[in-house]
Ligand binder design. Structure first.
Ligand SMILES: *[C@@H]1O[C@H](CO)[C@@H](O)[C@H](O)[C@H]1NC(C)=O
Ligand SMILES: *[C@@H]1O[C@H](CO)[C@@H](O)[C@H](O)[C@H]1NC(C)=O
Ligand SMILES: *[C@@H]1O[C@H](CO)[C@@H](O)[C@H](O)[C@H]1NC(C)=O
Length: 179
């Protein structure tokens, strides 16, 4: 009996040692699952893959995941702006110049919003994120305008990615306050 009870103690100790890591890893999974269940625009695996690009996501709490998702949206938007600049400089896309210029303006607004959002999130206490909510929604409206008013085939993938990253940030912001 003595042997058995000491293996139980070891097992319990092992669980305690491994539990924090397991919990944190599964929190990301849980958060992405919840986000996908809450918002039909969000795909759980897209959420997981995107956030895992930042190694900090494995051990992040909800506030951390919010920061990471906004930063990912900023990176994505920045890269999309470079991509639009490249397309604008390429004569093969000359026939899309108006669409691309329109989208460049929309993305400039979106990036301004997202930088504002990350600043606000860092500054404000956990309780008042009304402003951040509003600013991220503005960014999504800009991306949406690009999608609606431009030649759909040219930036759809980028619009979709940026929109979804913003949607993830919004869901983290609004729907997990009680966790
Ligand atoms: C935008 O984010 C998505 C999801 O993380 C990623 O697959 C895509 O490559 C990113 N695009 C750019 C232009 O950064
Ligand atoms: C979330 O994590 C951050 C950074 O690790 C920490 O400063 C903060 O206190 C944590 N928040 C909660 C509610 O645990
Ligand atoms: C939209 O873009 C595609 C790819 O560049 C092009 O083939 C198509 O003609 C464009 N459509 C319009 C309405 O400009």
């Amino acid at each position: 009996m003595k042997f058995r009870s000491s293996s139980v103690v070891i097992l319990i100790l092992a669980l305690f040692v491994s539990l924090p890591h397991f919990n944190k890893a599964s929190f990301l999974f849980y958060a992405c699952s919840r986000a996908a269940a809450y918002d039909l625009n969000i795909n759980r695996d897209f959420c997981l893959t995107s956030l895992q690009a930042d190694p900090k996501s494995v051990s992040a709490n909800l506030t951390g995941l919010l920061h990471i998702s906004i930063n990912l949206a900023i990176k994505n938007t920045t890269r999309t702006i470079s991509h639009i600049r490249y397309l604008l400089s390429n004569s093969a896309y000359a026939h899309l110049k108006d669409d691309l210029s329109f989208c460049q303006d929309q993305y400039s607004e979106a990036i301004g919003c997202l930088y504002g959002a990350i600043k606000q999130v860092r500054l404000s206490s956990n309780d008042d994120h009304t402003n951040v909510n509003w600013i991220i929604t503005e960014a999504m409206t800009s991306v949406d305008a690009c999608e609606d008013e431009s030649n759909k085939s040219i930036l759809s993938k980028e619009n979709g990615n940026t929109f979804e990253l913003c949607a993830i940030a919004l869901t983290f912001l609004n729907n997990f306050r009680k966790l």
